[in-house]
Design a protein around this ligand. Structure first.
Ligand code: NAD
Ligand code: DAU
Length: 332
């Protein structure tokens, strides 16, 4: 297959491109990425010279460019998004633009160019907070913040293009990913890198919000399976099956980095903070997927990766990140 991967210079997209080129020797990948603050060519430095890989810098909202990059493509996998909830609370515009209008632009281009498959990457956040049980794919969408509302908009638009125009769309909704190459604003890499530097770990609210952690390579395997075997017009949840309160996750990171609990700093909660996410992954399980990386070992591998790749994350934590961190955490 020739794939157009959009947003492939980010965290999950870069892991996915590496996964595809490793698992499918005959596949080729074009990576269309705008290179926002979260996009980083260094995430794919090791495959830059692979003849099966090509990079195009550009925006998924640019219809002409998208049509051009679709030439000869068998399937599109859309990772491109503004993805950080906290940023969506203060700068929502870019979220609406990329996560809704960008998806619309891709849908129109895929329709016009008659591409056989568009796999759209979404999130368990579209279901909103789940007090009991787990969300199934047909459950109503109750997003709580501008990020998840924008993602829900993208999902609904994609499904509408399947129903009205027969555009062959498939959607995955995964839980919280962690692993190598995650921009250090998200809780796992932020807390690991802060701990390494003996900096405080800013834990929101009472620390008892629950997330279901999924190792990024398990997500890549599920996405690849859905890409090749999923049914048009269907949604597939992908959960790690490992639900943890943030405070427990924080203690685990401190233990793995060998740092004291005194580094924990309780800070004001995130507005509209969803208490718990949980997805039912039965459907993707029926395609033959199950997570293969147990949480404890995967978190240990992740901590080791950040320890061994300071040259990757130190430059990221200066510059744009420093300004964001100051604004977000200074008076909290
Ligand atoms: P990320 O923020 O690390 O990467 C996003 C990438 O998209 C970056 O490379 C960025 O440059 C690119 N991008 C942004 N706007 C673009 C545009 N207009 N045109 C082209 N490229 C653009 O995000 P991530 O964590 O890798 O998430 C990837 C996808 O998975 C997103 O759609 C996100 O909603 C979804 N998701 C993420 C998680 C998670 O835990 N990280 C969980 C579930 C779903
Ligand atoms: O559930 C899937 C979603 O997971 C994805 O769709 C998003 O793209 C991804 O960013 C992630 O969203 P979260 O808001 O769950 O991730 P984040 O890492 O920002 O926060 C995880 C939990 O940790 C959440 O309960 C808030 C808390 N937190 C986060 C940060 C950044 C803290 O306590 N302190 C922090 O500094």
């Amino acid at each position: 297959m020739k794939l157009l991967v959009t947003g492939g210079a980010g965290f999950i997209g870069s892991n996915f491109i590496r996964y595809v080129l490793r698992e499918h020797a005959d596949d080729r990948v074009v990576n269309l990425d705008k290179l926002t603050y979260a996009g980083n060519p260094a995430n794919l430095a090791d495959i830059q010279r692979d003849p099966r890989y090509a990079f195009v810098q550009g925006d998924i909202c640019d219809a002409a460019l998208v049509r051009e990059t679709l030439r000869g493509v068998d399937a599109v996998v859309n990772f491109a998004a503004e993805s950080h909830v906290d940023r969506s609370l203060v700068e929502p515009d870019g979220f609406l633009r990329t996560d809704v209008f960008g998806v619309f632009t891709l849908l129109e281009a895929v329709r016009e160019c008659r591409i056989p498959r568009l796999l759209h990457i979404s999130t368990d956040e579209v279901y909103g907070s789940v007090a009991h049980g787990s969300s199934a794919e047909q459950d109503p969408l109750r997003p709580s913040n501008p990020y998840s509302a924008s993602k829900a908009g993208g999902d609904l638009l994609a499904l509408s293009y399947w129903r009205t125009h027969g555009v062959p769309v498939v959607i995955t909704r995964s839980s919280n990913n962690f692993g190598p190459y995650q921009y250090p604003e998200k809780v796992v890499p932020l807390f690991i890198t802060n701990a390494i530097d003996d900096q405080p770990l800013p834990l929101y609210g009472d620390g008892r919000n629950v997330r279901d952690w999924l190792y990024v390579l398990d997500n890549c395997a599920a996405i690849d399976l859905v890409l090749r075997r999923g049914r048009d017009g269907e949604v597939y949840n992908i959960g790690g099956g490992h639900e943890v309160e943030n405070v427990v996750l924080t203690h685990e990171i401190l233990r793995l980095t060998g740092k004291p609990e005194t580094l924990i700093r309780r800070v004001t909660d995130r507005p509209g903070h969803d208490r718990r996410y949980s997805v039912d992954s039965t459907k993707v399980g029926q395609l033959g997927w199950a997570p293969r990386h147990p949480f404890a070992a995967a978190l240990e591998t992740t901590v080791r990766w950040y320890r061994e790749h300071e040259s990757w994350w130190r430059p990221l934590k200066s510059g744009e990140f420093r300004a964001w961190y100051e604004r977000q955490y200074a008076n909290r």
